[in-house]
Design a protein around this ligand. Structure first.
Ligand SMILES: Cc1cc2nc3c(=O)[nH]c(=O)nc-3n(C[C@H](O)[C@H](O)[C@H](O)COP(=O)(O)O)c2cc1C
Length: 376
């Protein structure tokens, strides 16, 4: 496991190893303000050996998302909440800036925002489930936004706030069909706005293959679009580019509404290049960047059911690092565990992925608490 546990300079920071923790929404803030539970949760993963922690998706403006308790970073109270976390977590910490997908106009935060649900065009995506609203409605037909560049200014302000809160960098969620992904042409300008604030410590997360939230293009278009995008992004000399690969069983079923309840398929065995269901590049197009051509200034981090042996293989090859998401949730000590050659022996508890019984403490810190203590 040597390559995985070597340090790497990324922008203005040096990460101690290549094993990152990917952004995972846990929906446990106190009315969008980061809290003590979240602080302990991130502290656990830092103690557990994460080389770089990306926070859960953090909202840049009030919006009625499907996750009403996702944290925000638009007001002072939220900044103060994040400050306590950045002070306590002794691992490089990057905030995942989360644009709206399609909020719901009846959600209290959206009503408070006083703006309609914006998108590039008045076309609704299938899916969505606003469980906390009466009747758990899905996505609505959005309002076509007249000037998408206003969103760039909101991102820039979020980066200014992130700096005040003490984050080491910002990661722009530019994939998964969320708003920035819907406006790929605004993406470079958004990155430039973030660079004005954070210099070399700006990163982006993309999923070229789409699949989630009704986005995705045929293979050749994907390669042409994202190949161009990656070359342009390369000129900006970002901290890293995280590529989230397409996973058939994880993403496709989501679109037809029949998501598999056998959650163990989410973590292992993972879908890989050898899997008969994986049609080479069309299913795993991040490999076109990793195995074919990594632009010269770009550190590629790979994400999507990456398991330790593959992580080592990727980092020994052209990937600079990996991000694991769900595996960090159920193994807070993942870094130390992999380094010590110990097995991964739990799967995430999906019932407590997001907040249950209105109690943010349930299901987030209990896992392996005693074990984690023994690492300290
Ligand atoms: C429950 C859940 C919540 C997630 N929340 C976010 C998020 O807030 N922001 C983001 O960029 N990615 C998010 N992701 C994507 C993960 O960061 C990661 O890319 C993905 O889970 C693949 O990695 P894994 O297979 O190791 O979990 C989420 C994934 C899951 C399963």
């Amino acid at each position: 496991m040597s390559a995985l546990f070597t340090p790497l300079k990324l922008g203005g920071i040096t990460i101690p190893n290549r094993l990152g923790m990917s952004a995972i929404t846990r929906n446990r803030s106190s009315k969008t303000v980061p809290n003590e539970i979240m602080k302990q949760y991130y502290e656990q993963r830092a103690v557990g050996g994460a080389g770089l922690i990306v926070t859960e998706g953090t909202l840049i403006t009030p919006q009625g998302t499907e996750w009403p308790d996702a944290p925000g970073i638009w007001n002072q109270e939220q900044i103060e909440g994040w400050k306590k976390i950045t002070d306590a977590v002794h691992a490089p910490l990057v905030v995942n800036l989360f644009p709206a997908l399609a909020p719901h106009p009846e959600a209290p935060e959206q009503i408070a925002a006083g703006v309609p649900v914006y998108a590039p065009s008045a076309i609704s995506a299938p899916g969505g489930k606003f469980r906390y609203l009466e009747g758990a409605p899905g996505y609505v037909i959005p309002t076509e936004i007249a000037d998408p560049t206003v969103i760039i200014a909101q991102f820039k302000q979020a980066a200014i706030n992130a700096k005040e809160a003490g984050f080491d960098g910002v990661e722009l969620l530019g994939g998964n069909g969320y708003l920035v992904h819907q406006f790929l042409d605004s993406l470079l300008n958004t990155l430039r706005a973030l660079i004005e604030v954070y210099g070399p410590d700006v990163a982006i997360k993309l999923n070229p293959a789409g699949g989630y939230n009704d986005v995705g293009m045929p293979l050749q278009e994907t390669i042409a679009t994202f190949g161009y995008l990656l070359r342009e992004v390369d000129k900006l000399k970002l901290s890293y580019v995280a590529l989230f690969r397409y996973m058939l069983r994880r993403l496709d079923p989501d679109l037809d509404g029949s998501f598999p309840r056998d959650y163990t398929v989410w973590v292992a065995p993972r879908l890989d290049r050898q899997d008969p269901e994986c049609d080479g590049l069309s299913v795993c197009p991040f490999y076109f960047a990793v195995s074919v051509s990594v632009p010269p200034n770009t550190h590629i981090f790979v994400s999507g059911s990456v398991m330790p042996a593959e992580a080592e293989e990727l980092v020994s090859g052209k990937a600079a690092g990996v991000f694991l998401g769900l595996t960090w949730i159920c193994h807070p000590d993942l870094g130390k565990r992999i380094r010590a050659g110990m097995e991964l022996d739990t799967v995430p508890d999906y019932e407590t992925l997001y907040v249950v019984h209105n109690n943010p403490a349930v299901g987030i810190l209990t896992t392996r608490r005693l074990f984690i203590r023994s690492w300290k």
